[in-house]
Design a binder for this molecule. Structure first.
Ligand code: PBG
Length: 332
């Protein structure tokens, strides 16, 4: 595959880097606003904007403000947003019933966005953690995160999100069998066209810390998520998970976190050639933003370089909190 070039001076690789025109001509990958999915946080209230300390520039927005932000994002050419609710602690319970309330915050936000900005795709999060008194993505019984009962709850949650008009469901819970169960239920309930972007290779990562602050799950979480999220030491297992989720009816797959897992992105995209996304998670955003705010790294340059890396690694798109800023840079 990799051809050995004839020896110097027949080969001078700098010839094609000599000026911007030549560099543009031989550039292998490109990033466009259409590659970006923007994760957003929604909270109750009106005209409410609650900044998240560990994610400078990111805030939870009440539905009215969120709709306007999403309208702006659509104007920038961003094709999709991904919705995460900040749930009132009083609504959290052991069985997570609020997760499938047709009028919960997430479902009301989906309806409001699809009503006001129908051209943007709304992706929702299928996992119990915002609604769980124990902070876990599945139901906890006697200290164990139980799989099959959690899948039943996730199916109810997914159906409520599809009813609310979500275009893409994002199961981020890592229970076994949930993609097949959700796909079967969607077919039976008259939602054959709702897409599933499976968080297929999701690692038990320390990089999710700021997100858990943003959705108010940090305080509730007891223990860690290592019995359901992947071991950061594993790579072959990611391929098994992607194969499994595709066989169960996922339309798209995700690798998460992003930058520390570019090797997984490359393996997944080489092995399956299906729509593959990476999630540049909250900790990556926090880390880069801290360096930008200290003047230690050049903001636009490094932001764009960090996103282009995912395209180079074979991803079709990126979930990133930088989406509006990156789209603004790309649009000049
Ligand atoms: C939970 C969920 C998490 C993220 C997305 N969905 C956190 C977790 O698994 O604990 C993380 C996103 C981020 O860090 O930006 N279902």
């Amino acid at each position: 595959m990799a051809q050995v070039p004839p020896p110097f001076p027949a080969t001078r690789l700098r010839r094609l880097r000599r000026n911007p025109a030549l560099r543009a001509l031989v550039r292998e990958t490109a990033l466009t606003p259409a590659d970006l999915i923007w994760p957003v946080f929604v909270c109750e209230g009106r005209a409410e904007r609650a900044p998240i300390a560990s994610m400078p520039g990111v805030a939870r927005l009440s539905i009215d403000l969120l709709v306007e932000a999403v309208r702006d994002a659509a104007g920038l050419g961003i094709p999709a947003i991904c919705l995460f609710p900040y749930t009132d602690p009083a609504l959290k319970s052991d069985l997570c019933e609020e997760a499938w309330n047709p009028d919960n915050l997430s479902n009301r936000a989906t309806r409001a966005i699809k009503d006001a900005v129908p051209q943007i795709a709304v992706m929702t999060d299928v996992a119990l953690d915002p609604y769980n008194a124990a902070g876990h993505d599945g139901i906890v019984r006697d200290g164990t995160i139980v799989n099959d009962e959690s899948v039943e709850a996730l199916v109810r949650m997914a159906l409520a999100q599809a009813d609310a008009g979500a275009d893409i469901l994002g199961p981020s819970d890592m229970m076994d069998g949930r993609i097949g169960a959700i796909r079967t239920a969607l077919e039976a309930a008259g939602h054959p066209d709702t897409a599933i972007l499976s968080y297929a290779a999701k690692y038990a990562s320390g990089f999710y810390g700021p997100f858990r602050d943003a959705v108010g799950a940090s305080g509730a979480l007891k223990g860690d998520k290592k019995t359901y999220q992947m071991d950061p030491a594993n790579s072959d297992e990611a391929l098994r998970l992607v194969a499994r989720d595709l066989a169960e009816g996922a339309d798209m797959v995700m690798v998460k976190p992003g930058m520390p897992y570019l090797d997984i992105c490359r393996r997944v995209s080489d092995a399956f050639a299906v729509p593959t996304y990476a999630y540049q998670v909250s900790g990556e955003y926090a880390m880069l933003s801290a360096a930008f705010d200290n003047g230690w790294l050049a903001r636009d340059t490094v932001m764009m370089e960090s996103l282009l890396a995912f395209k180079r690694a074979g991803c079709d798109g990126i979930l990133t909190y930088f989406a509006p800023d990156a789209a603004r840079v790309l649009n000049g």
